[in-house]
Design a protein around this ligand. Structure first.
Ligand SMILES: Nc1ncnc2c1ncn2[C@@H]1O[C@H](COP(=O)(O)OP(=O)(O)OP(=O)(O)O)[C@@H](O)[C@H]1O
Ligand SMILES: Cc1ncc(CO)c(N)n1
Ligand SMILES: [Mg+2]
Length: 548
């Protein structure tokens, strides 16, 4: 590396106190006319003002990827996407593209130290994230710097081999990682290959192997371990194992079918660091990070950059899809379909209650999921009600879906939508809502159920099982029609149509494959006391399930 003229040392003294959780604040935009440079007391006032409005700050200590999919470039983009400032200490420059790594040029250890001193001594770093550390010497320099300039948290992504199979950090670094860096780390995030190397080449093939590896790495000193399963392509889910020294948590994500996965590991670790810098707890930070990677891969799955086997993805996908909100829930739980309450504005009017009161009563009675089906409300009135229902449902942990109105679902950030055969097709809904939201589709036939699955729906509603007054021109399927669809469906099913306290047990006692529950409208909402009716129906369903 070409030598760089040394500037006179101008380093501030080390920070002695570590700031508490920082609020998420962005800097205000710069004034149109630049003020004269601040000097003397004016400069002190400017600095004090800046301190009063901190910007969460991650320092990445990593290698440059010329293809910009991984390394420093991925880290800066990931932090920017999450609203966090990211400074960078470059440890190596790689010549890299979508084919692989063609060359590595390590930055001299002393100059890595110099960069660390420049940033850490001056710039109020909250969290340090490490990526490629090409030599044991660089690891030691980093440990020394962190002892001198303590930060709020340290995220260690023990990058050793790129997914293309190229070595990014030699075996001599392994021992220093284990002996010096890990005990300072708040979390270490190896992929399965790295976990195997750290543990003397043990073989890792199953989730149980990943758990054992997480536990063994935890014993090397970090406060948390995340063993990432992105490179276990046989698994239909992308499963990572989190261990905090007491409990193992399996984090399941959708496995996105795409070649554009270069840099997932760097991005995940940077997102964890960014969330920690904003004040999140560790598990919460990991969950947001995983969801971010899943969403970014989903939105980039068809991008084409380069001719090699592994392309980059778009960290700033949210800029292109302003409508789309990243889902915050974990995966859809089909058991939530057990007692599915569907509201009806006409019935609420008849009984003189607001949508909000109807939803609150259904939840108090034990509804496990709620759908707002408002056929004749004004949009603004519906949106206000939907926002209130989102709050009620969120505080009870009950998912809230909106019938048909994707715009309302987006505006109130509902958990998902339910669409019928003449509404927007489920795949278009998925494009708009992204992977984090629940999508249900009404299906009467095996072909419709198959299509819903292909379109990326989470469940289907099947009916009318019995004749119903809530929906005009709705052919009745009966038990036989329900059985046919349930048996063929690849998705969980909720039965709907004329179901009430008098017949719900007969539906559940059929014991049909994939049938997870019943959806009801009149049986709850065309009654005087919604809570009592819901409670009664719930106990009928539980007894029926216990019998069948
Ligand atoms: N195809 C995919 N779909 C969804 N999530 C994925 C996919 N591939 C990887 N992930 C997720 O991305 C995160 C990073 O995991 P991965 O195992 O790919 O790390 P890595 O191998 O260190 O990454 P890199 O490719 O940057 O070296 C994990 O949360 C993993 O589950
Ligand atoms: C510079 C760099 N850091 C990390 C990785 C791991 O993805 C990579 N391929 N390149
Ligand atoms: Mg990988």
């Amino acid at each position: 590396m070409a030598s760089v003229p040394r500037l006179p040392a101008a380093h501030a003294p080390p920070r002695t106190s570590i700031p508490a959780a920082l609020p998420f604040l962005c800097p205000s935009s710069s004034p149109r006319v630049a003020p004269p440079p601040a000097t003397g007391p004016r400069r002190l006032v400017a600095v004090a003002a800046a301190r009063a409005m901190p910007w969460p700050h991650v320092l990445t200590v990593a290698g440059s990827d010329s293809g910009a999919g991984a390394g420093i470039q991925a880290d800066i983009k990931a932090c920017a996407a999450l609203g966090v400032y990211c400074s960078s200490v470059v440890t190596a420059v790689t010549a890299q593209n979508t084919v692989g790594v063609q060359g590595v040029h390590a930055v001299p250890e002393e100059f890595v130290g110099e960069q660390l001193r420049s940033v850490l001594s001056d710039m109020s770093v909250d969290v340090v994230k490490t990526g490629m550390l090409p030599s044991a010497g660089v690891v030691k320099v980093l440990c020394d710097s962190l002892r001198k300039f303590p930060v709020k948290a340290l995220v260690v992504d023990p990058v050793m081999v790129s997914t293309s199979g190229d070595t990014l950090s030699g075996p001599s670094t392994l021992a220093t990682y284990r002996d010096e860096l890990f005990s300072m780390a708040d979390i270490v995030t190896p992929n399965v290959k790295e976990a195997s190397k750290l543990l003397g080449d043990v073989s890792l093939h199953t989730i149980s192997d990943m758990r054992n590896a997480a536990e063994s790495i935890y014993k090397l000193g970090p406060k948390h371990v995340l063993v990432k399963g992105g490179d276990m392509p046989d698994s239909p889910d992308a499963i990572d194992v989190f261990f905090d020294g007491k409990e193992f948590i399996e984090l399941h994500g959708l496995r996105i079918r795409t070649h554009n996965t270069h840099g997932t590991g760097c991005t995940l670790a940077s997102c964890i660091a960014a969330e920690l810098a904003k004040g999140a707890k560790m598990l919460q930070a990991v969950q947001v990070a995983k969801k971010f990677v899943e969403s970014a891969l989903y939105h980039s799955k068809d991008l084409v950059i380069g001719n090699g086997p592994q392309g980059p993805f778009d960290h700033l996908f949210n800029l292109k899809s302003p409508l789309y909100k990243m889902g915050s829930r974990q995966k859809f739980n089909p058991d939530d379909l057990f007692l599915y309450a569907v509201t009806d504005s006409g019935m609420n009017k008849k009984w003189g209650r607001s949508i909000k009161d109807a939803v609150r009563a259904a939840i108090e009675g034990g509804a496990t999921i709620v759908q707002l089906r408002e056929k004749d409300s004004e949009t603004r009135e519906f949106l206000e009600a939907a926002k209130a229902c989102v709050e009620i449902c969120k505080s009870s942990g009950v998912p809230l879906l909106i019938n048909d109105r994707i715009d309302i679902a987006l505006a109130c950030n509902a958990d998902g939508v339910h669409v019928g055969q003449s509404d927007m097709p489920a795949w278009e809904v998925r494009e708009l809502l992204g992977p984090g939201k629940i999508i249900g589709v009404s299906c009467k036939t095996v072909a419709q159920a198959e299509q819903a699955w292909k379109d990326g729906a989470d469940y289907i509603g099947c009916g009318g099982v019995f004749p119903t007054t809530t929906k005009a021109n709705n052919p009745t399927l009966g038990f036989d029609g329900l059985r046919t669809v349930c048996s063929a469906s690849k998705l969980p099913v909720v039965a709907i149509g004329g179901i009430n306290a008098g017949n719900a047990d007969s539906v559940m006692e059929l014991g049909l494959p994939n049938l997870k529950g019943v959806a009801v409208v009149s049986a709850l909402f065309d009654r005087e006391c919604v809570m009592t009716e819901t409670r009664n129906l719930r106990s009928i369903l539980m007894n029926a399930c216990a019998r069948s």
